[in-house]
Design a protein around this ligand. Structure first.
Ligand code: ZN
Length: 275
């Protein structure tokens, strides 16, 4: 697999410009830029500056993060989501970034939705968004998030949705932490059932050994420092023939406080063994 960096990892102390320079320096193949950080970047720079950077460097953009809360939107919320979605598509097209990460809705009432309601809404929304993205040449990577606050939690559920949508521009983002968050990866073999052509993005992160119900995104750890069977996941992905992005995506406040250069360098070293 190829080494990727997701900008969430250093987002509190870094910037698009700094992440790009440091990721290039430490040998990353890909970067996943964040839409909020791009918006910040564009306050003083232009899309042309971003294009120029990629034209003169080795690192490539891979997936933009992220369009969140896509389900059960009312008209006002949907219009707001579409504004951000169009912005993401425009940026993606301008810098030849192939994927946009889309995330199911989150809320304290989400566990009250039936599987049927979630399935129907997700298939409809993903189809609509993919129609919007198509003229831009952008594909959607749908990422299940294991915690009960999100409406699509398991890999099985997300795969069923994506297969029902049944279009080549809609696939999955698989995230080792989010899979672990569902049931500590008791269903790890589900990874084997994901067709290669539906696996668009892989986010790699480790996790502290904490019980479900306690463990949350702030407990993500650098690959190899926690209890997620990352070697086993890598083996399964290799077996499938997946050779694309393996992207470090951490939301750990402790890392946010550290020097971004230290985190980016260390993350590259730690992730190497799982590629
Ligand atoms: Zn992720």
């Amino acid at each position: 697999m190829k080494l990727g960096f997701n900008e969430a990892t250093c987002m509190k102390r870094s910037s698009v410009g700094q992440d790009l320079e440091l990721c290039e320096k430490y040998g990353y193949d890909y970067i996943e830029l964040r839409l909020d950080m791009i918006a910040e970047f564009l306050k003083s720079k232009s899309l042309k500056d971003l294009q120029n950077f990629f034209a003169s460097h080795r690192i490539r953009p891979f997936a933009l993060n992220s369009i969140e809360d896509i389900n059960f939107r009312d008209d006002r919320q949907w219009r707001k989501l579409l504004d951000l979605f169009h912005f993401g598509c425009e940026v993606a097209q301008a810098i030849e970034n192939p994927y946009l990460i889309v995330v199911p809705a989150m809320g304290d009432d989400m566990h009250l939705k039936t599987q049927r309601e979630v399935f129907d809404d997700s298939t409809e929304v993903l189809d609509k968004l993919a129609d919007v993205a198509r003229p831009y040449g952008v594909k959607l990577a749908f990422e299940p998030i294991g915690d009960r606050r999100w409406c699509v939690r398991s890999l099985d559920q997300a795969l069923e949705i994506v297969q029902a949508v049944d279009r080549p521009d809609v696939g999955l983002a698989l995230d080792s932490f989010n899979l672990f968050l569902y049931n500590r990866l008791e269903n790890i073999d589900t990874i084997d059932t994901v067709p290669l052509e539906k696996l668009f993005v892989y986010h790699i992160d480790d996790c502290e050994d904490l019980p479900l119900g306690v463990v949350d995104h702030c407990h993500r750890l650098l690959p190899g420092e926690g209890v997620i069977p990352l070697k086993e996941i890598s083996r399964k992905l290799h077996q499938k023939g997946y050779g694309e992005i393996c992207s470090v995506e951490l939301f750990r406040p402790e890392y946010w406080d550290m020097d971004p250069e230290y985190v980016i360098r260390t993350a590259a070293e730690k992730t190497q063994q799982f590629l």
